[in-house]
Design a protein around this ligand. Sequence first.
Ligand SMILES: [Zn+2]
Length: 465
Amino acid sequence: MSVYNDILYPALPVFAQNIACSAVGAVRFRSRFSSHFKRVLKYWERSVDFSTEELHLLQRNRLDHLISRARDHVPYYRDLSPPSTAKDPKQAIEENLSSIPPLEKREYRDQSEAFLARDVGNGRLHRVRTSGTTGTAIPIWHTPQTLAEEYATVWRLRRSCGVEGPSTENMTFSGNIVVPFSQSSPPYWRYNAFAKQHFFSIYHMGPANLRAYVDKVHTIDAKYVQGYPSSIHLVARALLESGKPLEPGRLNAVFTSSETLLSFQRATIEEAFGAPIRDRYGVSEFGVSMTECGQGNLHVDMEFGIVEVDVTEETETSETGPLLITGLAHSAMPLLRYKIGDVGTRSKTPCPCGRAGDVFLQVDGRVEDYIMTPDGRLVGRLDHVFKEQLAIDEAQIVQERRDAIKVFVVPGQNFDDTESRRLERSIRSRLGSDINIEIVAVSTIAREPNGKFRAVKSSVGRINA
Ligand SMILES: [Zn+2]
């Protein structure tokens, strides 16, 4: 949220920052929890019990609408074939998709405005940027309806865990810089009174500071925790190390998202917070949502998107490969069979929990590392700094020593000294002034042995079980 990056915010006293958080919270609340949100959530709380055939019929209707709209109003898809007339919904979906070539990120990035539906007024479009998992900035547009449907997937999950609605007291550990970096004593949290949301800074989690987090967590009468698993895990470790885990049952659940949830993180978090984790896989491109059930599997929210696996590995019970996503709620900017860059493993057998539709055993591709600062803080999710850097084609942060990092960038056309300094400032706002930052221009960035790209690699901050 831009308000936290505003030059004024860090200079405000804590009580005024709390008021600012609440004001931002009120605006967000109204935009997310609209009448469309309520209508969709109500319907989806019924469709969650649909059979696979009913879900395919629902998907087919939405896909037909998406394709027709794309043909009529989206320049990039002007020559798309009309929707299939096959009787069987599943067959129709397959026919439609197989006639469309997969969409590469680069293809989208080079002409992103050609994907905008021309019949949407500019006033209804919101623009965000995503860093994806490749360190490449991409602009994405969406309407309030798209966002409302994304939130319907989130709230269907939460409500299934007994969290009633958006005004339930909670603790949030995510990337917003709510506490200025220069602050060196508690409170390392702010409060959005509007949504009863306690925002914890994830940029102040050094060993000494974590004691304050532990004490604060115990004073809050929250029903759930949400945020990045890497950050929640640091607090969980501190809770256990200080011998002060939360009593089991106090929280309904811990909702993680935005990063790959690692198994050692899960065990520690569930023990320390005394509640089960319900992970969610979503992306900034609004094309997919998967939500975890009590059996630990990720169910595709079929109403929201279609997920295909470009299979590279297959066993009797599962198939693995890069995901192609088609967002059914994103008709203002259709991305059909978009190669999101993550790899998933789909189960060939139904989930024992009884919910129908596609089930994934896991989704990888969001495994990032932590950078460890000279004063011992562990900072995750640093790929965020590349979100605002359109002048960079690709980037990677590598740390081999505690006191230094190297930032490898593949410069784009507009990359110059000003952009380089801006990048350094952005990184420094998260890591502090004691670390040496070297920006190195390169022509390519090496991939991991499995072919995947990692935005952040640290051999210093790595945490093992
Ligand atoms: Zn299940």
